[in-house]
Design a protein around this ligand. Sequence first.
Ligand SMILES: [Ca+2]
Ligand SMILES: [Ca+2]
Ligand SMILES: [Ca+2]
Ligand SMILES: [Ca+2]
Length: 486
Amino acid sequence: MTRTWALIVLSWALVGAPDAPADEPRVIYVNDDATGSGDGTSWENAMPSLKDALDFAAAGDEIWVAAGVYKPSRHPDNRAASFLLISGVGVYGGFAGFEKDRSQRDPALNSTTLSGDLRGDDGPDFAHTGDNSLHVVKVDVGGAAPVLDGFTIAGGNASGNRHTPAASGGGVVIRRGSFNLVNCTVIDCQGALGGGLYNAGPGYVTLTNCTVARNRAHSGGGACGPFELSHTAFEDNHAESRGGAIYGSCAAEHALFAGNRAEKKGGAIMGPAVVTHSAFVRNHAGRKGGAAFGRQASLSATNTLFLGNYAGEFGGVVYAHGRANPYFNHCTLAFNATEENDATICFTRDQSAPRFFNSILWRNYLGEVEDPYGPQFWVFGNHDEVIRYSCVEGIRDVGGEHGNIADDPRVADLFGPDGEGGTGDENLRLTGDSPCIDAGWKDRPVPTDETDLDDAIRCIDDPYVEDTGKGRPPLPDMGAYEFKRK
Ligand SMILES: [Ca+2]
Ligand SMILES: [Ca+2]
Ligand SMILES: [Ca+2]
Ligand SMILES: [Ca+2]
């Protein structure tokens, strides 16, 4: 914001609208069904167009939007139009159209959609999307990050020339600046890079309590660029090439990556990722890295579950090269696979090797195998995998100073109700007679997290189980979940 603008906004606030205290933001009301004056000062006189409200808003305002479907342009041929967000303005959906307080809204009940389907003719499998908006939402501002909260963003199609920005971010494109997306679903969008979202970077873009689903792209089916994720799910996104869910770097906590697919590399993530308290379930890479593919920097996972991920060639969970060491601490990995049982968990080369601490690796192969350890890793070069205080099927380094075991971890329900491994209905929490209880290495290699994957207290001593781990009691258990006796 320029100084002049700051002064204008400040003096406006001092003069004040009679019904708006100076310390509360001005609210601009939007409702496509409203029939009043349309000046946006109340629900009765709400603006029918979100676009008009965005043109009218200034930093510090809030825009409240009632349930409905809103499009970036009234003209069905105007594919280039987008909802252009404003610096320092929060746009909130999910209102029924009577609320006095923002906390009264319910986005789940009052579905508020920003749709790029300008003609309203989209069908299943992206039918009739060739004429949709290039980008439904656009961020191109400096200063305070805009906030978009409580919307479904759908039907964007960034089908512009592959070598231009018009080919990235069908749902949301962040060309410049920071941005916070909250309580939103980005669905059925497409582009060459980042079908759902594209962040040109280096701005700080966060997704909180969001779902990114059923988007598709050449690379980065769900999203492309650097992102920070919290309580966010990427599901059933698809990339023709790399990064089914994300192409680019990400930091994630409480994230779910499920059912994403890349035809070549990185079923869920192509790029460096630091992930805690999360799950990768049934992601699929046609060639390498069922969950993640990394070069120079790879996946670092703590308190995370890897279940049923698959790569056609190598690295059912991760493929890494170029001095990239995939890192797992307090993770549970089960039923990850490759077509030929080649590196069903990790494939690394070029001075890279995986590190496992306090983790459980079980049933990571297809069919019957003679030596269950063998299929899990391929490590090329003068490097070896490092495994400490972990339960690994078939490992021979047991009973010694490294604290590893090869005993059945005795989880609650290894195959789940459907009797088949890796389908997603399994319960990999420990049972009372699991050898993984109190068998972890406390505060190594880094201070132990305070909570497990269930967000329950991590270090609990089980008085019925001898402490076989290392460190000062109470000791953590191996795997993503801490056992708590009822
Ligand atoms: Ca259409
Ligand atoms: Ca199952
Ligand atoms: Ca314990
Ligand atoms: Ca104990």
